[in-house]
Design a protein around this ligand. Structure first.
Ligand SMILES: Nc1ncnc2c1ncn2[C@@H]1O[C@H](COP(=O)(O)OP(=O)(O)OP(=O)(O)O)[C@@H](O)[C@H]1O
Length: 275
């Protein structure tokens, strides 16, 4: 199963957020989207999922345009981990995870025991089995995020799209989730998944050995292996701060942003010149 976008323009009505966006992902790929706040990552994801119509270009899931497919069909092929917000209604955490099963069943089918077992297994895998009966809207941000990841695992799809999946997670849970993402992409076929995720942490792209799409001003500025795309020059250009890349003793690359911004004459703006 392959998801492919060709020369997409994305946005809302007449407001274009991005253009010339092409990508493809299939089982075994980890595609990591990096770019500044507001550059269009979530908008791109919503377009890839068929939730938002493209302003130009097309998204194909398998052989068919995604806009021509029914929601239940799409839900059998792609799971979505959105950014974790509290819902207006009090669901139990296990009901939220079970939605991953019902999404793929169609409108009138009821989830059965196998579905409940799959939901519980997904929660156990992420170490949140004990949250099953808790009110989702009263969980912490990180707990909610783990519930949404469990929902995607329970949905059991060949592709998973994750919008900043580690954003609210503590140090340990970030590593756990990254390890699971890596495992999902490496599993034996047909268990092997394709993953698209966004993150604000370039080090995660290095840790995942991901293919990186670096977005800048609504376009893809660079596309390729993390070690080729995440250069000091590219990161400094995109994020507007001096960055250095170093290699640790174990051979993994890490990004170090400079914390001495005030003394850098290229970064000054009205907001910073308080004097
Ligand atoms: N529903 C909407 N209607 C109109 N404009 C929107 C809507 N949602 C987002 N935008 C605008 O589209 C642009 C891209 O937003 P988007 O949420 O895709 O960015 P992002 O890269 O995911 O940002 P972040 O890293 O902060 O999560 C922003 O300028 C935002 O204000």
């Amino acid at each position: 199963m392959m998801l492919q976008a060709r020369e997409l323009a994305i946005g809302y009505g007449r407001m274009q957020v991005g253009a010339d966006l092409s990508l493809s992902v299939q089982a075994g790929d980890i595609l990591c989207l990096l770019g500044p706040n507001g550059c269009g990552k979530t908008t791109l994801f919503r377009t890839l999922l068929g939730l938002l119509p493209p302003l130009a270009g097309e998204v194909r899931l398998g052989d068919t345009r995604i806009t021509a497919q029914r929601r239940a069909e799409i839900a059998r092929r792609i799971a979505y981990v959105p950014q974790a917000h509290a819902p207006p209604f009090p669901f139990e955490a296990q009901e939220v995870v079970l939605m991953g099963r019902t999404a793929r069943l169609g409108p009138f089918a009821q989830p059965g025991k196998a579905d409940r077992d799959a939901a519980q297994k997904a929660m156990d895998q992420l170490g949140i089995g004990d949250l099953a009966a808790r009110d989702y809207s009263r969980l912490s941000g990180g707990q909610r995020q783990l519930v949404l990841i469990a929902r995607a695992l329970a949905q059991d799809t060949p592709l998973i799209v994750m919008d900043e999946p580690t954003a609210s997670l503590d140090f340990g849970n970030q590593a756990q989730v990254l390890a699971r993402i890596s495992g999902l992409a490496q599993g034996a076929s047909p268990e092997r998944r394709g993953i698209i995720l966004s993150t604000h942490d370039p080090d995660q792209a290095f840790a995942l050995n991901a293919r990186v799409l670096l977005m800048h001003q609504g376009r893809i500025m660079a596309d390729g292996p993390a070690s080729e795309v995440l250069t000091a020059h590219n990161l400094s250009t995109v994020y507007g701060i001096p960055v250095t890349i170093e290699t640790t003793g174990s051979g993994r690359k890490v990004c170090l942003p400079s914390l001495h911004l005030q003394s850098d004459p290229t970064i000054t703006s009205d907001a910073l010149t308080i004097a």
